[in-house]
Design a protein around this ligand. Structure first.
Ligand SMILES: O=C(O)CCC(=O)C(=O)O
Ligand SMILES: [Fe+2]
Length: 702
């Protein structure tokens, strides 16, 4: 091991650790991975403290002498700081800081806590269960959408040797730990404990914020690699641009500290909401003086908030008129500073262009320039109009095929943008497509080659259009059946396009022929669903009644369709719910030739009941308005079809009219997943707390 003053570069340790992992040398893998995490933490700590001390040093230099131009003085200071950082880091790390520069890929892995994913397996193999569980938990906190880890966590929870306090987040930020604990007490009406932890969380959050802000002061010691300046701006422009960038970065810190690991969105208004919660909690424990102080501090953010103003009056009477209630000094400072920074940023955006994503909801209206407000309003208006247009269109739209019937529309399904068509396929077409699934069963892919992504009680098999075509090429299935898959999906596309979005092209996004088969010996006492309730293009948060249209959800999907092939199975009904994921609003019974279609967003949460006997097959279809997300596999499949038609000198290629070509390549992952993540927590005053899942790559090797 290296002496404490000499940190080995974490990326090298990581590379060795991963190598040992794949050589199944678990002991060495665990040791190296732990050391890499230790080095990484050490490097970050060194950066933090050097930045802080170099900032202090720069401050000591005081104001530049009046005789020198101010920009020269500023540059000098910036250079001095860079020099100071190099020195300080060199001393702390025992090597040139550049030796610790890792590739972007490795930095990402560490940001996403990937080393813990390897570690948990290594510890598990070494039979160090406690450490395996805490490594797994640490990874899972940052990657709540990771299907494999989700299953592993379930397994750990069921294991007898595992204690509840093994589920520890080894990387927990102090403010998040305190906040979570505080909210737990708060929700359990334990206000004394809540106050303690929420005060701690506020304190820690403010200090994390300071640290984050300190990192914004450039130059960002050789971390940024890319980005070559295109134009050579003048000196003043350069200084202004740099300054604005620092200010924006500082503002961004508000979001950073309010974003829990593994979430994409920040908890809204993190700092003011602490004061809101604390005011209520102090009130509950009878501490009027502190409740009043929190209320006064809260009013700095929202000076016209009626209920809190009301409360203030009440406190004033209770405390007596000669007691002066003042806001907290540090909050006052925070608000003033934030307002000043925003003012400058908005000024710059208004006059120099660019954008600013204000992290706060509390920004006073009068601070935002009229011209920008106008733009925001227009954007909102446009979005509203689009929704109305869709609703209008849904009412008309003739169907492009004869014989198809609309069995249920949105109204009958108690929702919006939902429809059930029947007779899209004939019995014999269903039979042919089912033959395709049979032949493909052994070779087909589930979600990322995983047999039971949603429930262990069912086997899940899938086949893409390309795979079907390749099977035909190998002589494993009939060409005509593979072609039928392309045709049936294209027919559905036309139907859905003309019904929901006439005149606006819908492209394929992904096509998946899927079967869910009940595993016979796994049905007793089964309580779960075949497919948990979810929305197709956003991450459903049933408790918060929200749906986050953010990756890893397939946000570009606009319409979903499921074309059913059979009904000889038990269970397996499709159902729609409210955003709470439990109130059922409509049910659809699968049967041959039935196509259910709906918009892929939050308005249509849906799930599939357990398939308790037999095999349920359907073509799952997703469509998008976005040409760049058009299904590339289909293009290839069609090429293969055409090639074969030419070879055979048969008119098959011409017959088929499913061309949905697009020139850009996109890589659709095999797993059409992106399900509801963990959920938000309610609280009494203020708005919903939101939390966001994200997903790292699913790794197949575990
Ligand atoms: O098979 C079904 O009925 C629905 C499947 C589904 O919702 C999905 O795969 O996203
Ligand atoms: Fe779905």
């Amino acid at each position: 091991t290296s002496p404490p003053s000499r940190l080995a570069p974490y990326d090298l340790l990581y590379a060795d650790g991963v190598r040992a992992y794949f050589a199944r040398d678990w002991g060495r893998a665990a040791e190296l991975l732990q050391r890499s995490l230790h080095s990484y933490a050490g490097l970050r700590a060194a950066r933090r403290s050097c930045r802080a001390s170099c900032r202090r040093e720069a401050a000591f230099l005081g104001d530049p002498p009046a005789a020198r131009p101010w920009e020269a003085a500023l540059f000098e200071r910036v250079l001095q700081r860079a020099d100071c950082l190099q020195h300080c880091l060199g001393g702390r790390l025992g090597a040139a800081p550049s030796a610790h520069r890792a590739s972007l890929a490795v930095r990402r892995d560490f940001e996403q806590r990937e080393p813990y994913n390897y570690l948990q397996v290594a510890f598990f193999q070494l039979k160090k269960l406690d450490q395996a569980v805490s490594a797994a938990h640490t990874f899972f906190v940052a990657n709540p959408q990771h299907l494999q880890m989700r299953e592993d966590m379930e397994k750990y929870r069921r294991m007898s040797g595992v204690k509840a306090d093994n589920f520890r987040d080894l990387e927990a930020a102090p403010h998040w730990e305190a906040y979570e604990a505080g909210m737990q007490h708060y929700n359990a009406d334990e206000y004394l404990q809540a106050v303690d932890r929420l005060e701690e969380s506020l304190r820690e959050a403010l200090s994390a914020l300071e640290e984050c802000r300190a990192l914004c002061e450039g130059p960002l010691e050789e971390e940024e690699e890319e980005e070559e300046e295109e134009m050579q701006p003048g000196l003043y422009e350069a200084i202004a641009a740099h300054y604005i960038q620092v200010l924006k970065c500082r503002q961004q810190c508000v979001l950073d500290i309010a974003t829990k690991p593994g979430r994409i969105s920040a908890t809204e208004d993190f700092i003011p909401s602490h004061l809101d919660l604390l005011q209520f909690a102090y009130d509950q424990v009878g501490n009027q003086a502190l409740a009043a102080e929190c209320a006064a501090s809260y009013l700095l953010f929202y000076p016209t908030d009626e209920p809190v103003l009301e409360k203030m009056k009440q406190y004033q009477t209770e405390l007596g008129e000669d007691t002066t209630v003042t806001a907290r000094e540090n909050i006052h400072h925070y608000v003033q500073r934030s307002l000043m920074e925003k003012k400058l940023i908005y000024y710059a955006v208004e006059h120099l262009g660019g954008t600013f994503n204000d992290p706060d909801l509390w920004t006073p209206d009068e601070l935002i320039p009229e011209s920008l407000k106008q733009k925001y309003r227009e954007d909102q208006e446009k979005q509203k109009q689009e929704t109305l247009d869709v609703e209008e269109r849904e009412k008309r739209g003739p169907l492009p095929f004869e014989g198809i019937t609309v069995t249920m529309d949105s109204r009958q399904m108690n929702g919006t943008h939902r429809v059930v068509f029947d007779r899209v396929l004939t019995e014999s077409e269903c039979k042919d497509l089912l033959r395709l699934t049979k032949a493909a069963a052994g070779t087909g892919d589930g979600y990322r080659a995983r047999r039971s992504p949603h429930t262990p009680h069912e086997r899940f098999e899938g086949l893409t259009v390309l795979k079907a075509t390749q099977l035909a090429q190998n002589g494993d299935v009939d060409w005509r059946d593979a072609k039928l898959l392309l045709q049936a999906s294209e027919k559905s596309r036309k139907i859905i396009e003309s019904y929901f979005t006439p005149g606006k092209k819908l492209h394929f996004s992904f096509t998946h022929l899927v079967c869910r088969t009940a595993v016979e010996e796994e049905q007793e006492g089964r309580m779960d669903l075949s497919h948990p309730v979810h929305a197709d293009n956003c991450l459903l948060d049933p408790e918060g009644k929200e749906c986050w249209k953010e990756p890893p959800a397939y946000v570009y999907r606009d319409y979903s369709g499921i074309l059913y092939l059979n009904d000889d199975f038990q269970g397996g009904g499709l159902f729609f719910t409210e955003m709470d994921a439990v109130t059922v609003t409509a049910k659809v019974r699968p049967k041959c030739g039935r196509l259910v279609a709906f918009s892929s967003g939050k308005e249509n949460p849906h799930g599939v009941r357990a398939v308790s006997r037999g095999r349920r097959c359907a073509i799952a279809l997703w469509y998008t308005h976005s040409q760049e997300h058009a299904e590339q596999e289909r293009v290839k499949a069609e090429e293969l079809m055409e090639q074969r038609a030419t070879e055979q000198n048969q008119p098959e290629g011409e017959e088929y009219q499913g061309a949905d070509h697009s020139s850009r390549s996109s890589s659709e992952p095999l797993a059409p997943d992106g399900r509801a993540g963990p959920v938000s927590r309610r609280h009494k005053p203020g708005s919903d707390r939101r939390q966001q899942p994200k997903q790292t790559r699913a790794r197949d090797e575990f």
